[in-house]
Design a protein around this ligand. Sequence first.
Ligand code: ATP
Ligand code: MG
Length: 563
Amino acid sequence: MAENAERPLNFIEKIIEDDLKNGRVPNNEIVTRFPPEPNGYLHIGHIKSICLNFSLAEKYHGRCHLRLDDTNPAKEENEYIDAIKDDIHWLGFDWGEHEYYASDYYDQLYEIAVRLIREGKAYVDSLSAEQMREYRGTLTEPGKNSPDRDRSIEENLRLFEEMRQGKHPEGSYTLRAKIDMASPNINLRDPALYRIKFATHPRTGDKWCIYPMYDFTHPISDAIEGITHSICTLEFEDHRPAYDWATSIDGIEHTPHQYEFARLNINYCLMSKRKLLYLVNNNFVSGWDDPRMPTVAGIRRRGYSPESMKDFVSRVGVAKVEGVVDYSLMEFCVREDLNKRAKRIMAVLDPVEVVIDNYPEGQVEYFEAVNNPEDENAGSHPVAFSKHVYIEREDFMEVPVKGYHRLYIGNEIRLKYAYYITATAVEKDENGRITLIHATYDPLSRGGDSPDGRKVKGTSHWVSKDHCLRAEVRQYDKLFKAENPGAATGNYLDDLNPDSLIVLNDAVIEEEAAKAKPGDYLQFIRNGYYCVDSKDSRPEHMVFNRTVTLKDSWAKQKAKMGL
Ligand code: ATP
Ligand code: MG
């Protein structure tokens, strides 16, 4: 990637290069990890973390582990694990044999916990969750020691063993580290290490009814795997002392280090798995892979390319300051990439019929339509032309407004690739709606070229009535209509965009589109970028999704309103 080679190093790359230069990296091998919790599908924010971790490993010839952080059995499912893996592969990254699960380390974590108890560094606490909060203190006040803090080692060992055996109900006891209840950092005020939870775990089944907490599990998992640079988002900055406490427990040989970067936020998008799950469970969307969802599964189905998303996160960059990225930057990256690769197709989304009265009935001609003007190797495909064609309803005006250069009675336009036509008359139904436009064509303008130097100002795309695919077209737009969903009323549901999906059932598309398969990138000329819906499209009833419009109409609209 030439582009990458030229850009300045980000702060994590600087740290890594400095560590390598100063011999601080065991075997000079950089080891990173991407550690999703399998409690939902990956979203666009995760793409940033995936690209960062896997690209660093690639760049410095190290490796990146996939670690499923599965310490909360109540919320985790195998469906999510499969989706996570699939999405990472789609982005073009691979963890090879380095697929790990935090649950792989339950035995080791348990042993470390027992050792901490033996050394007087952990104790079993019987405070309730609420009491524990009271005892914890606040940012300005120190906490208070729990009455159980001085329980004897023997009793702690016995109680912890009983917790493991399932002899105590959920919430009755917690294992806590004995650090410092007066620490200015709340995360060091005797953090919980284990809690009781009677839940069947997707991988360990019913073996355990005590589960280790994140701040205990994560650093030790990193240490066990030999992670050198443990990269996470800024909200974990305050947890770093707890991370360092855990990795310096006696007997832990490798010491990884945690670095924090700013998470990716995009306006008009929500990126919290909890909220996304709510939208799914309450049918505000059709599922995690609804093309309006900011999930990787959603944008895949919407037709975004992995290359465009990598470009997007690379433009956003890696920094330590939190900000909100403009949705239109993401769409810009999608257009940039699709413009280079999408096959051009003529599709008429809101058709009105044109009959070319002087064209022979039954005659069919084929014209060569360019597949991609941006790529001369992309070739062309034939498109059928006949006496009866469809054009977009908005490409005709009975009473043209000033500056209108498309079809109106007496005006001549070009039908792309085919002929010049001139409208002569219209037919209407009882409601006054135009049902048919009469036109004549100039046989000498074959191929859409001017026969005598006369110019036309308008060019319309069209589809032959007897040579077309009738398909369903789903016009997707932003899921939320507010830049910061929920900011105004406190409820993000109030900001759902009622027009985020408009289904068109009358669309007609040139026959070439029937060859398209899920994963192909298309541009419907003048209408936008489209793809075949990977779930609902059938050969006998094709469904196309709008990936993105051709222009940033949103920005234009905002500019018009003076925003
Ligand atoms: P959410 O808050 O959406 O549920 P999470 O942080 O709980 O996300 P995890 O599965 O724990 O999700 O995240 C896996 C990795 O992805 C973590 O290292 C996390 O820091 C990173 N990550 C999550 N959200 C973002 C984001 N918006 N931008 C960048 N990285 C992110
Ligand atoms: Mg999380």
